[in-house]
Every structure is written in structure tokens, then in C-alpha cells.
Design a protein around this ligand. Structure first.
Ligand SMILES: Cc1cc2nc3c(=O)[nH]c(=O)nc-3n(C[C@H](O)[C@H](O)[C@H](O)COP(=O)(O)OP(=O)(O)OC[C@H]3O[C@@H](n4cnc5c(N)ncnc54)[C@H](O)[C@@H]3O)c2cc1C
Ligand SMILES: *[C@@H]1O[C@H](CO)[C@@H](O)[C@H](O)[C@H]1NC(C)=O
Ligand SMILES: *[C@@H]1O[C@H](CO)[C@@H](O)[C@H](O)[C@H]1NC(C)=O
Ligand SMILES: *[C@@H]1O[C@H](CO)[C@@H](O)[C@H](O)[C@H]1NC(C)=O
Ligand SMILES: *[C@@H]1O[C@H](CO)[C@@H](O)[C@H](O)[C@H]1NC(C)=O
Ligand SMILES: CC(=O)N[C@H]1CO[C@H](CO)[C@@H](O)[C@@H]1O
Length: 601
């Protein structure tokens, strides 16, 4: 049958199949999980062991959700932000930043360290290591935008994006890959952005990796990565080690739901800590509504000047809007939210919201019964570092492994019958997944908040199919008993005694369908994406870009973008290091221009 993948459907499937009411009994055991061989270590503080330890950002964070007008005023004043009386709560600072993710976290650290008073506005809440639960259900709701799922308007792509202090960085899969050399060359040469050819950019990547403690040492690789490595080796294909920012011995497997041990370093445990140390204030549960633009005398052809922003706190006790006046305003709310924020503020540049890239992904699975391989591959699908190995198929396609909890697993499995579902769930712990990820050339649009359009180009679809066929070959070569895709008709192959021509015939059947809205057939598959980029790209002219090479809006002086939406194209690898390195360079530039402006007066 056909299903519209919606959040409520997804959550329903999660709940009905394996997370009944997303509840866990007192010993934090879910009977359904036991049946499927799933157990996660819960990292909960013993309540008897009071008091609660202080959290890394306590000195700078103002959690507005718990406040009312009176207590907000006091908290702001305590943090060095006296409120001026009036119809709005008005505060003044040097730089206001929207979003505390990859881009926003870095910008906050750089500007605060340069001696400027920084205010970060974050609509998510603050969770420290102690609050993270490894339990999939509650974490999805709390940490992700709309509980994890963002559908494109015609529902062919599930888009995942983080929404919490730390943004995507707190939930990411810890793969730390530098911007590839060819991409840097393309950006500097074809997009007129000299930054990407400079030593300064390479140094920024070094600094970012140092700050995150990136290492490619991995003492104990997890089951899925061992499968990927084994399969590639059997086929004579090269495998690269993927550097992570967690320590070499780190093996918890739940980093994607917010790392409960605090070992993995998102911006919430790195850059934002630096920012707070230098006096930055982070307002959580606070949503930026629009930037405040005044008419400008026309400096550099910019007809507007940005003087700050208006934000709404999501607490019933806070009745007035917050007006944050600043010399410099920075949008760092990610490639899906920056374009609507700029549009709501009145910016008109036609590139705002275009050129959205998603790194579409297509996944396959292989079942490895315990001790049935000639040389056993030990472990469980949900344990270990998430991405420690990768294989490059073509210049545009890579293969990596995902982190799937039982809920996400159940939601992806094509529905054949209750019996089939039960069998698949019982194999969960020994089912390895791997995906092909494509550097998409085709691009989409962000229309308004929560609405996007995206269709991979024909070319991208071809790359995805080729990548998916490679994934299946690798799983077979690693010794899987059975392999398959997530296509709605349950395309799968039993591998025992399978001959080369059988495998080739099976692979010929692999297709990447266009999705339920376009396909009249019963067969379709869903792409997913966790990497959003490019929707406010930087460039050398307002004719072909949304902001200039320093991240400043072509229309409004003092308004900058500093997140994944800046990237001129898809980057082709996990984008976090690239986004942070770009943010590092641009915010250094912003700090410099602020210092120069001061000298003028
Ligand atoms: C599950 C998952 C796994 C990933 N794994 C990896 C990985 O292993 N390696 C890698 O390199 N990349 C990974 N990524 C991608 C990476 O995390 C993102 O590309 C990156 O975080 C994007 O950075 P950003 O600064 O553009 O936005 P984000 O980091 O998403 O930050 C945006 C922030 O802005 C906030 N915000 C949005 N709108 C508003 C508003 N109006 N007012 C106030 N606040 C607002 C959001 O709540 C969010 O916190 C992963 C992403 C996901 C979702
Ligand atoms: C705000 O909260 C404080 C502390 O919780 C409380 O004492 C005060 O009465 C509240 N003020 C208003 C106006 O609700
Ligand atoms: C993603 O995880 C890595 C590795 O744990 C970490 O270093 C990085 O900070 C995280 N991402 C971001 C954007 O911070
Ligand atoms: C700004 O300029 C526009 C037209 O250029 C004008 O309509 C508007 O009234 C001006 N606003 C202010 C506050 O001066
Ligand atoms: C999605 O919608 C867009 C425009 O609404 C359309 O151009 C595109 O072909 C659609 N793609 C799919 C796969 O339905
Ligand atoms: C090489 C490197 O910097 N490794 C660091 C990785 O992160 C851990 C902590 O998360 C550090 O202890 C390592 O030194």
C-alpha cells in the first residue's frame, strides 16, 4: 500500500511497533526491545546523589521557558544585559546570533573572544550530558526539529535536522571530514570565492578539528563498520577511516541522540563553552521572528541597515517580545530556517531559499546471523562508533553506515505482513545498514518555514542507484545471509549459494523510485537527508548569490549569515567541519570589521 510519511505516522509506527507509549519500565527495560535484542545503557543520574552537577553552559544560559517577565528581567540584568522599559523588553549588545548549532556556536566563540558582548537566541532547550537519555523516543521529540521528521512538500525525502542548544552538532553522527580539495578548488575558482584557496581556510579546519578533539584512531570498530570494511576488503575496494571528535576508545552508539557520556563534543561542549567564558549569553526557548531593518544612506549599495532583531520567548509567563539591539546581527539557524527568517525580515534577493542541497541518501540492509560467517563479525547493529569507515564509490558518491534505533528501523522497513515485520524486528541487532550518499547537483527550494521542495536530478538518481547497488554488493561480499533495500515491495535476496549471475540479476532490479506522489507503481522508496546546505549561498555578485563573500547580506548592512546555508554547492561529505570552518573564517572577518568601525569613531 501507499503511505504518506508524516511525523505522526512515523511516531505512530515507532510507538505501535516497538516503543509502546515510548515508555520504559522502572528498570528502564522495554519488553519489546528485549524481544528484538536491543538494550541501551541508560545514563541517568542517581537522584539520591544530589545536588545536580553544574552544566558546562550554566554561567551563560538563560532558560526562558521557565521564566516570567519579572524573572527574565532579573536574569538578563544578572548576565550584564539591563532591560530598557517600554512596550518590548529591549536589551543592547554588540552581536546577536540566531541559532546555537555548528555555525552559530563558532561565531559566538570568535566574537565573544574578540571582546564583544554576544547574545545567542536559540529556540530549542538546553540539555547537558546528564539530561540525554539514550532512549530513542523521548530524545527524538526533544532534540529534533518537529520531533525529527521534516517532509518535503511532495514527501519523497525525509529530512532530519537538530533543534536544541548545539543544533545539528549535538545530535550529529560524529563524522568529522574536512572539505575535499576538489570542492575547495571549485568554490574558489568557479564561484569567485578566494577564501577557499587560502591558507587561512586550511588553518581554520585545523583549528576546528583541534577544538573538537578530532581523531581517526578507533580502538574498537562497531558491527556495521566492520561489515562495511570486510565487504570492501573482500571486493578489493579501498576503505577510508573516518575521523571522529570523540576519543579513540569511545564506543557508546547513542551519540546521534545526544551523547549521554559527554565524550562526543558538539558545539554545546566546545565553542559555546568558550563563548560563555567570554561573557556570551545564550537565551533558550526563544525564537527569532525577524531582523529589524532601517533605511540606509546607501553605503556599498546596501539600501538597508540591520539594527538587531525581535524574538518571542516560548513561556506563557513572558508577555512582551524581546528586542535585541546590536551592531551586528547573524543568522545561523541552519539551511532550512535561515531563508524564511531573512524573508520575514523583508529581504528580497531571489537567491534566498534557492539552491538547497540535501545529500540524498539511499539505504540497504544485510542480515548476519550470529556466528554464521566464516570469520565471525561480532557486535550489535546499534553499538559502537557510528561512522568510522567509508568507501568512495565515485567522485560524487560515498558509502557510510547509519545509526538506527529500533523505531527508525521499524519505520523504514517496508510493510509486507505482521509476520514479516516480527521476523525483521527479531533480526534487528544483527542487521547491518549502509547507505550511499550523493553530492547532489540538482537543487531544491525552501519556500517558507517548514516547507521545502526537492527532487534529485536524473543524474543524482543515477548516482544513487549505482551507489545502492554497490552497498548491496559490499553486504553480500561481507557474508550476509540475506540483503535487501527499503523499497515498498520488499526487494530482497537470500545469499546462500547465490551465483554471480543471480546477484547481477538481482542488482538489475534495484531502482530508485521517484516517490509516492509521482509513481503510479506500487514500488517506491524514500530518500532521507540529514545534511542541508546552500539555501543562502555566498558568491561574488547579488545576481548569483544571496550574500557576499564575507557572509553579509547584499541588501542590509550589518546582517550576516553564518551556517550551512552559505555553502555554494553540496560538499559531498558530512558537512560539519566545513560549516564550522567557514563560520570560523567569516566570524573572524566580522570581528575585524567591527574593530575597524570602532576606530573610525
Ligand atoms: C542525525 C544527524 C546526524 C548528523 N551527523 C553528522 C556527522 O556525523 N558529521 C557531519 O559532519 N555532519 C552531520 N550532520 C549534519 C550537521 O549536524 C549539520 O549539517 C550542521 O549541524 C548544520 O549546521 P548549521 O549551523 O547550518 O545549523 P544547525 O547546527 O542545525 O543549527 C541551527 C540552530 O538554529 C536553531 N534555530 C532555527 N531557527 C531558529 C529561530 N527562528 N530562532 C532561534 N533559533 C533557531 C535550531 O534550533 C538549531 O539549534 C548530522 C545531522 C543530523 C540531523
Ligand atoms: C514570577 O515568578 C516568580 C518566581 O517564580 C514569582 O515569585 C512571581 O510572583 C512571578 N511574577 C509574576 C508576575 O507572575
Ligand atoms: C559532531 O560530532 C563530532 C564528533 O563527536 C563533534 O566533534 C562535533 O562537534 C559534532 N558536530 C558539531 C557540529 O559540533
Ligand atoms: C524607507 O524607504 C522607503 C522607500 O525607499 C520608504 O517607503 C519608507 O517610508 C522608508 N522608511 C523609513 C522608516 O524611513
Ligand atoms: C515535487 O514537486 C515539485 C514541484 O512541486 C515537482 O517539480 C517535482 O517533480 C516533484 N517531485 C516528486 C518526486 O514528486
Ligand atoms: C587526537 C585528539 O585530539 N584526541 C582527543 C579526542 O577527544 C578526546 C576526548 O573526547 C580526547 O581525550 C583526545 O585527546
Amino acid at each position: 500500500g501507499k503511505i504518506c510519511w508524516s511525523r505522526s505516522l512515523f511516531l505512530n509506527i515507532m510507538k505501535e511497533t516497538c516503543l509502546p507509549d515510548v515508555q520504559v519500565d522502572e528498570n528502564s527495560e522495554n519488553p519489546h526491545w528485549k524481544a528484538i535484542g536491543y538494550s541501551v545503557e541508560e545514563w541517568q543520574r542517581d537522584p539520591a546523589e544530589a545536588p545536580a552537577p553544574s552544566r558546562p553552559l550554566d554561567n551563560g544560559v538563560v532558560e526562558t521557558r521557565a521564566l516570567n517577565d519579572t524573572t527574565l528581567l532579573r536574569s538578563l540584568a544578572d548576565r550584564g544585559l539591563p532591560v530598557k522599559p517600554g512596550a518590548q523588553h529591549t536589551v543592547e549588545c554588540d552581536a546577536v546570533i540566531v541559532g546555537s548549532g555548528c555555525g552559530g556556536g563558532v561565531a559566538a566563540a570568535i566574537l565573544a573572544s574578540a571582546g564583544y558582548k554576544v547574545v545567542v537566541v536559540e529556540k530549542g532547550d538546553y540539555f547537558a550530558a546528564d539530561d540525554y537519555s539514550s532512549v530513542e523516543g523521548p530524545s527524538m521529540e526533544r532534540l529534533f526539529e518537529k520531533g525529527g521528521i521534516f517532509c518535503t512538500s511532495n514527501v519523497t525525502t525525509m529530512v532530519f535536522t537538530g533543534s536544541t542548544v548545539g543544533g545539528g552538532s549535538a545530535v550529529n553522527w560524529s563524522a568529522c571530514i574536512r572539505t575535499p580539495g576538489e570542492v575547495l578548488q571549485e568554490w574558489s575558482h568557479d564561484h569567485g570565492l578566494p577564501l577557499f584557496a587560502t591558507k587561512a581556510y586550511v588553518q581554520a579546519m585545523n583549528t576546528v578539528c583541534d577544538r573538537l578533539g578530532v581523531t581517526d584512531e578507533c580502538l574498537k570498530e562497531g558491527f556495521q563498520n566492520k561489515v562495511l570494511r570486510r565487504g570492501c576488503e573482500a571486493l578489493g575496494l579501498p576503505v577510508d577511516a573516518v575521523p571522529r571528535n570523540s576519543s579513540a576508545g569511545h564506543y557508546c552508539g547513542s551519540c546521534n541522540f545526544g551523547c549521554p557520556t559527554g565524550d562526543k563534543r558538539g558545539t554545546d561542549t566546545t565553542w559555546l563553552v568558550d563563548a560563555v567564558k567570554h561573557g556570551a549569553v545564550i537565551l533558550t526557548g526563544c525564537k527569532a521572528e525577524r531582523f529589524i531593518l532601517h533605511n540606509n544612506s546607501g553605503k556599498d549599495g546596501r539600501s538597508k541597515k540591520c539594527v538587531g532583531l525581535l524574538a518571542t520567548c516560548m513561556s506563557n509567563g513572558i508577555t512582551k517580545k524581546l528586542r535585541i539591539e546590536a551592531k551586528v546581527s547573524i543568522s545561523a539557524c541552519g539551511a532550512l530556517m535561515t531563508p524564511p527568517l531573512l524573508r520575514n525580515s523583508g529581504l528580497k534577493n531571489r537567491h534566498i531559499g534557492r539552491n538547497l542541497h540535501l545529500h540524498p541518501v539511499s539505504m540497504a540492509w544485510g542480515y548476519f546471523p550470529e556466528n554464521k560467517q566464516a570469520v565471525p563479525i561480532t557486535g550489535k547493529s546499534y553499538e559502537g562508533g557510528i561512522i568510522t569507515s567509508m568507501h568512495r564509490v565515485t567522485p560524487r558518491t560515498i558509502i557510510e553506515t547509519p545509526a538506527l534505533g529500533p523505531g527508525a528501523f521499524a519505520a523504514m522497513v517496508p510493510w509486507e505482513s505482521g509476520r514479516d515485520m516480527k521476523e525483521r524486528m527479531s533480526r534487528f541487532a544483527r542487521t547491518a545498514h549502509a547507505f550511499a550518499l550523493v553530492r547532489d547537483r540538482g537543487s531544491g527550494f525552501v519556500d517558507c518555514e517548514g516547507r521545502l521542495r526537492f527532487t534529485p536530478s536524473r543524474d543524482d538518481t543515477r548516482e544513487l542507484r549505482n551507489g545502492l547497488r554497490h552497498v548491496l554488493r559490499i553486504l553480500v561480499a561481507a557474508g550476509a545471509a540475506e540483503v535487501g533495500t527499503h523499497r515498498s515491495d520488499g526487494l530482497r535476496l537470500r545469499c546462500k549459494g547465490v551465483r554471480d549471475e543471480d546477484l547481477e540479476a538481482f542488482l538489475d532490479e534495484v531502482t530508485i523510485e521517484k516517490g509516492p506522489m509521482h509513481s503510479t507503481a506500487d514500488k517506491w522508496a524514500v530518500f532521507s537527508s540529514a545534511h542541508q546546505m546552500g539555501s543562502c549561498r555566498m558568491g561574488s555578485s547579488p545576481k548569483d548569490s544571496a550574500v557576499d563573500g564575507s557572509g553579509e547580506s547584499w541588501e542590509a548592512e550589518g546582517l550576516y549569515v553564518c551556517d550551512g546555508s552559505l555553502l555554494p554547492t553540496a560538499v559531498g561529505v558530512n558537512p560539519m567541519i566545513t560549516i564550522q570552518s567557514v563560520a570560523y573564517c567569516l566570524s573572524k572577518g566580522i570581528a575585524e570589521s567591527m574593530t575597524n568601525a570602532q576606530k573610525h569613531y
